[in-house]
Design a protein around this ligand. Sequence first.
Ligand code: GLU
Length: 501
Amino acid sequence: MDTNKTRVRFAPSPTGLLHVGNARTALYNWLVARHAGGKYILRIEDTDVERSKDEHEQQLITDLRWLGLDWDEGPEIGGPYAPYRQSERLDIYREHTERLLNEGKAYRCFCTYDELEAERLRAVAEHRPQVYSGKCRTVSQKDSDARAASGDPFAVRLQIPEGPLRFHDIVRGDVEFASDTVSDPILVRSSGMPVYNYVVAVDDALMEITHVIRGDDHISNTPRQVAIYEAFGWPVPQFAHLSTILGGDRERLSKRHGATSIASFREMGILPEALVNYLALLGWGAKDGVTETFTPKELISEFDLERVTASPAIFDFDKLHWLNRHYLKAADPERVLNLAWPYFEKAGLLPALATADVEIVQWFSKLVALFLPSIDRLEQLPEKAHFVFTLDARATQTNAENAAILQSETAHKVLTAFAQRVRSHDGAVTPEQFKAWMNEIKTETGAKGKDLFHPVRIALTGAHSGREFDKLIPIFEKGARLSLPVHVLSMHERIEQFAIA
Ligand code: GLU
């Protein structure tokens, strides 16, 4: 194979959001193109006028760009095979239909809906496949032309040759369909609108697509498309049909299993590189059988269609979260800060980033760094860090787990000793000061470990476990001095509030 000639396409219908299944198709096509140094084409399949919407196309483009799947030819950038929107290619399809009719490869079908329905019911009654009988094949050219000229409505059908339809699939191997299960497919409806199977084959051929990589829901369409290539005498591309994606219960992945649209993953604070890595693993694996983390660059060099599996892939949210944690850790802190900010702004905890002064930004960057290791998705950050901003002392004390810890005499002693020290201390408490106090209190009360630290942590943070004190304390103390939409409690305020509650 001359790999540079590789031309693949992602051909979404703009009828809704981009979901994981289609995004994986987009990704595998992109990887094949980039691996081969070939071309990646975006083609918008909008012949379903009722359901296709501009806003869906815009959203698709936004989502693909966010994933980093750039294309070389497409509706908004053009290219040598333009236009790339099917609704703008109707003249091309019309010319090709004329050609097939003139060459006798296709014929006009004047059967009405009622006639076809009657035929179908007869087939059901006789336990035959419910396919078109080919009745209009025998209408003479003269009659056909005359009826068309007199305005009789007609569809255009492809004349399928005898014998089975075969194609090779890179994922599934050789596939064969008996021709009597396919019959003569409609290419153009009586409304004049060409059908998906027809336009997809015409476009793939004219755009010189070398590999058709798509979901296996299209596998039964493929023999019809192969027949169309053959009718035109065009070379048939290679096919690769990707397995279905299932939820944990082995049912087809759907909303029921949780978020499945690319937009919703972005809104949750999943990084695109985590999602791309995860999608790549849905039906494909590393050569060494163990590596699971791949940057897009590594994927490009490793990816190989030959290693795509035919068995269904199970979507595992936990694994996606694991990868997201991996990439959040590796990401540039400034990028993470910019991505995290809107969640806090929306929660009313931070001002708009553009209006925030540098001190607030620096303080927030420390807060993000501290809480990042304890989240799967950025959207969880405000909740994790909420106690930094506000703390309900009464709720803290009545929480059953806390109450059990606080009721002991040791806890009481520790907290009294701690409160005394905070109260008699002027200015901000430093982590060093805090450490020194805790050592003193240890000696004074004899409490150590959990008995010493849990009551103090509950008073300061509302829970007995959490992030390191030497990082938390400066965040409290510095935050209390900033002018934020929600006042951050200082160590003093935390202790006062706790004592009163
Ligand atoms: N427009 C089709 C879809 O969204 C694409 C099918 C294909 O790739 O051939 O399912």
